[in-house]
Design a protein around this ligand. Structure first.
Ligand code: NAD
Length: 341
């Protein structure tokens, strides 16, 4: 017989909930649960969660997870009755993610993954909540050959390299989760997310797709750091959210890769964006930046077998939806700049 949930609507905590991925997760979870979204806005934005702020089952807490959080002391969380109901699930996403962001805030990135993840794990232990940590493909480092990364690959990374604040932070956080699992018998899970895109990525966050769209809309060259043969993979946000939800509901602990295993030439993506935006822009090649890295391909055999998950949104559709969103967000940004001058 299936176990019945004790509470009809679970209390779910999401760190990094005002970011790109976190805000889409909030949108899904609020349909059936109560959502406590914690974010310090270091890279997230209020626009991403504005539409949820008046929802009676949604509460936003502005807080840096690098310092401990006492949920029961917060008056705004009274309706969630945390002392009585506790927490049932925790999704840990708080971490600057774009290379531009974690290079600007390397210490904050390390602290979000170390002290931050520890504080959130402590909450999960206290309330016996399920805990899902969102890790990254970056912890595998650059691929040495063309075969997709399986989860049992240990990675090839420079512990003090230019991207190390991000991937060493994430590797440390994975170790924390595994050791909390051992010591406290926590139901802790790890997902290794590969490149994901979609609406709500900030046009100025320096990641490849927003950069390309921004340049295309301005009829400026789309700068590709690398060669015409460079490839990457692209998972649309709705596919990724479905994977995260399935992982939380499963009995799997991971680490488990989630990503789109189909590689595309980056230049083809650039050309597709030029076409979708009716732009006059061209593609310009420049040498790799110190913090740009060759992208690996996910092996998603485990996700298929254990979660019945695989991405379904074609790149052309995902790009169309992303460009439509970014066109609107660029108009708003320009309006704000004009209003300020
Ligand atoms: P994002 O930068 O849009 O979101 C991260 C959110 O975390 C932001 O809202 C930020 O303000 C918040 N945050 C950061 N440090 C915090 C702290 N100390 N306390 C509270 N909030 C904090 O990034 P994203 O693309 O939404 O990524 C979300 C998660 O997924 C990250 O952990 C990232 O490492 C992982 N990930 C994302 C991708 C991707 O392609 N988007 C790929 C691999 C892994």
């Amino acid at each position: 017989m299936k176990e019945k949930p004790i509470f009809e609507r679970k209390n779910i905590l999401i760190t990094g909930g005002a970011g790109f991925v976190g805000s889409h997760l909030c949108d899904e979870l609020i349909k059936h649960h109560k959502v406590i979204c914690v974010d310090n806005f270091i890279t997230g934005a209020e626009e991403n969660i504005n539409h949820l702020l008046k929802h009676p089952d949604f509460e936003f807490i502005r807080h840096d997870i690098a310092t401990p959080l006492d949920l029961e002391a917060l008056p705004e969380l009274r309706p969630f009755k945390v002392a009585f109901q506790g927490l049932q699930e925790v999704y840990n996403l708080a971490c600057p993610t774009s290379p531009k962001d974690y290079n600007a805030a390397p210490i904050e990135t390390l602290l979000a993954n170390s002290f931050g993840t520890k504080h959130v794990l402590d909450l999960a232990v206290k309330y016996r909540a399920k805990f899902l940590h969102v890790s990254t493909s970056a912890m595998y480092g650059e691929p040495l050959e063309d075969t997709p990364f399986p989860e049992n690959y240990w990675g090839y990374v420079d512990p003090i390299g230019p991207r190390s604040a991000y991937y060493e932070g994430k590797r440390f956080a994975e170790s924390l989760v595994v050791n909390y699992r051992k010591k406290y018998h926590l139901d802790g899970k790890i997902v290794r997310m590969f490149n994901t895109y979609g609406p709500r990525m900030r046009l100025t966050d320096g990641r490849m797709i927003p950069d390309f769209v921004k340049s295309a809309l301005a009829n400026e060259p789309l700068v590709m750091y690398g060669t015409p043969d460079d490839r990457s993979t692209y998972c649309y946000i709705s596919d990724m959210i479905e994977g995260l939800l399935r992982m939380m509901q499963s009995s799997e602990a991971g680490p488990l890769n989630l990503g789109n295993p189909e590689p595309h030439r980056i230049v083809d993506v650039a050309q597709a964006i030029i076409k979708l935006t009716n732009s006059r822009a061209t593609v310009r090649y420049e040498p790799h930046l110190p913090y740009t890295a060759k992208q690996g391909i996910p092996n998603i055999r485990l996700a298929k077998e254990k979660l019945g998950w695989f991405p379904v949104v074609p790149l052309a559709d995902g790009l169309q939806r992303t460009v439509d969103y970014m066109r609107g967000s660029r108009a708003l940004t320009l309006e704000t700049i004009q209003a300020q001058t």
